[in-house]
Design a protein around this ligand. Sequence first.
Ligand SMILES: *Cc1c(COP(=O)(O)O)cnc(C)c1O
Length: 470
Amino acid sequence: MSAPDGPALPFEPFKAKVVERIPNPSREDRERALERAGFNLFNLRSAEIRIDLLTDSGTGAMSDRQWSALMVGDEAYAGSRNFEEFEATVRELTGFPFVLPTHQGRGAENVLVSVLVRPGSIVPNNMHFDTTEAHVRNRGGEPKNLASADAYDPESDLPFKGNVDLDRLGALLRTAGEGRVPLAFVTLTNNAGAGQPVSFANFRATAELCRSHGVPLYVDMCRWAENAYFVKTREPGMRERSIAEIGRAFFDLADGATMSAKKDGLVNIGGFVATRDARVADRLKEALILYEGFPTYGGLARRDLGAMAVGLAEATDLEYLEHRIGQVRFLAGLLDRAGVPFFKPVGGHAVYLDVRRFLPHLDAAELPGQALVVELYREGGVRAVEIGSIMFGGQDGIPARPLEMVRLAIPRRVYSASHLAYVADVVARVHARRAEIGGLRMTHRPERLPHFTARFAPVERAAVAAPRAA
Ligand SMILES: *Cc1c(COP(=O)(O)O)cnc(C)c1O
């Protein structure tokens, strides 16, 4: 099925039972909101937003089966029935015997990293997401991003651009020194790298390398089901396997996982950490009680565990994933027709605009990603997020890594194809007037995770030219 002359329309394998009115702020409302928010879209109110693509994290719609699971919560502090359902589901999907719920993904990261990482530790990953990176640094460790070079090329049309660079990982493990690498992560899909998937072949080789050096391998499995969809549809020999089977094949090679169930758990809050190692599990439990809660609830209402158990299973439904990835492709197809530059091929949860090609006249010090995010909101009330020199940057706006992106993340089961067509139209209008878009400067820089609370102001072009010349 397709729109006239357009990309394929993704068929929604669900229908609405409850609806929510979408706000329609005027241009004046939007200008006022930008000023008040210090040009940081994290400071906007929902009522000021027409289409919210800030994140796909915890923003999805739950199914009727998840809502009914919420209604039969067993709110026992310890030993809740919902915990048993949740534990059984995670064990079946991952094979990890020890499963500890957490309030969200970063809770899982904090617990795991606090137990394994020491000052001087080195922690490899294809690419750390912002919270993972912050937790490793918070314990004195050094995060290392070892994605293959393709991950940094916005135009290479390769199927698995989230893959680990095995040569660099091998070199790191050989030279790091005894005990310096307490664990390695692989992030499925690679959110900090345009949501690109990791192939099973690359994951298997990564696991073999880690095993041969005695380094435990943990999966950042936030989007494991989306990753499995790409493996099923792109990797030779995988087509006949189910999503759950492909996921399990990955986990069978790993030692544990951290999960934000706000992604492929299809819930609004929740997460977990899981491991195969009984001794690590004991230490995780101690940390869990300190930071999250008793091991049978981990910072959540027990009813949340019930909804999470149902959501994790629903995320492995092929028809659901066809719609999910189909929506990303639909939006990308419309943007492509309008000549808008973005990272190709698109991944599983978002379209990542290529800021360098979108705003080539702005340099990194002018915070072009944030400038673009502000213009998308100004133009049509669309909220996106910068993933670039602010989210991952070093000091003074100088980028610490070579990607500069604006992410249009699609919430799960929330927006329709016509909403996405509206977004494509807004982006195309901003693209058409891109030459007149100016930069921003940061007026308030918090030390950690600056993107959440920083404030900005527009800059005159002349004001940035001076320090650059110096
Ligand atoms: C969202 C996310 C996290 C952190 O999870 P939260 O639930 O937001 O704390 C970690 N890693 C990746 C890849 C993510 O996308």
